[in-house]
Design a protein around this ligand. Structure first.
Ligand SMILES: CCCCCCCCCCC/C=C/C(=O)SCCNC(=O)CCNC(=O)[C@H](O)C(C)(C)COP(=O)(O)OP(=O)(O)OC[C@H]1O[C@@H](n2cnc3c(N)ncnc32)[C@H](O)[C@@H]1OP(=O)(O)O
Length: 239
């Protein structure tokens, strides 16, 4: 990902990610490392400005593009690793959770923090967390909107490994891909999709309902007010 300063996910960036995933699949890619050009941020999650006073059709397109990108990422036939050498809140955490393996560096925060922002992580975000760390830990983390530090993320199983820095992180991600390289492709892909199918189907069969929930939620005046205040707090911080 290379969308400075923080790889926030707007419609255009989501389309780019989606196109890249389609191309990799068409080219029979043997593995992907999802990484960031930023030295300190993996992805800041959804671009909050896409949800602030949006036009209805633009908001719908944004959400459908996110759904498209995620459905592709979660179901890739090739192995995927997230090299998390920077913070990964909310949608950034979703990207990492959607890969098959996660390597993180020290001093990083990762988690589905939506509750803390006064918004709600959609069901499929929650499913991804549950599938990785289990029901009990996911429920606790999501209710609190907890951001895990590196040590906590390893302990709870949110990530698989800690590496010292970006170079070591990429090297460990490559080692994971190498460990998968000799597995028969069809068997590997079939098992992966078997594990992920119920999570994928839940969104695929309820896409329109999921979009409606998103739209109805973000267009509420009190939610808009919360987003406005959060945007102000973010820009004050950097100002
Ligand atoms: C019943 C069911 C109902 C379901 C209803 C669904 C409802 C909606 C669901 C929506 C799900 C949302 C998912 C999300 O991903 S929301 C986004 C959450 N992300 C965050 O909270 C992260 C915020 N950012 C940060 O914490 C930090 O920026 C970060 C740690 C990532 C980096 O810190 P750093 O100090 O390096 O950078 P700055 O904070 O100074 O930021 C630099 C500039 O970038 C802007 N910025 C940051 N994050 C975002 C973002 N997510 N979107 C847009 N812009 C962002 C920040 O304002 C700075 O900009 P300026 O320089 O212009 O001030």
């Amino acid at each position: 990902m290379n969308r400075p300063p923080v790889n926030s996910l707007n419609t255009e960036h989501l389309e780019q990610l989606h196109r890249a995933l389609v191309r990799l699949e068409n080219e029979k890619c043997r593995g992907m490392i999802l990484s960031s050009s930023s030295p300190t941020v993996f992805s800041a999650g959804l671009d909050i400005r896409e949800m602030y006073k949006p036009e209805l059709e633009k908001a719908r397109k944004f959400w459908r593009t996110l759904q498209d990108m995620w459905l592709k990422l979660y179901s890739t036939p090739y192995p995927t690793v997230a090299a998390i050498h920077g913070h990964a809140p909310a949608g950034g955490c979703l990207l990492a959770l959607s890969c098959e393996y996660r390597v993180i560096v020290p001093n990083v925060k990762i988690g589905l923090n939506e509750t803390q922002l006064g918004i709600v992580a959609p069901q499929w975000f929650q499913d991804c967390m549950r599938n990785v760390i289990g029901e009990r830990q996911a429920e606790k983390a999501l209710i609190a909107g907890h951001m895990f530090n590196t040590e906590q993320a390893l302990q709870v199983g949110l990530v698989d490994e800690v590496a010292a820095d970006k170079a070591a992180c990429i090297a460990r991600a490559e080692a994971f891909l190498a460990s998968q390289a000799n597995l028969p492709l069809l068997a590997r892909k079939t098992v992966k999709l078997g594990f992920r199918n119920s999570t994928l189907s839940r969104l695929m069969t309820g896409r329109e309902a999921d979009t409606k929930i998103f739209i109805e939620y973000i267009f509420q005046p009190k939610v808009q007010k919360g987003i406005e205040l959060y945007l102000q707090s973010l820009s004050k911080k950097s100002g």
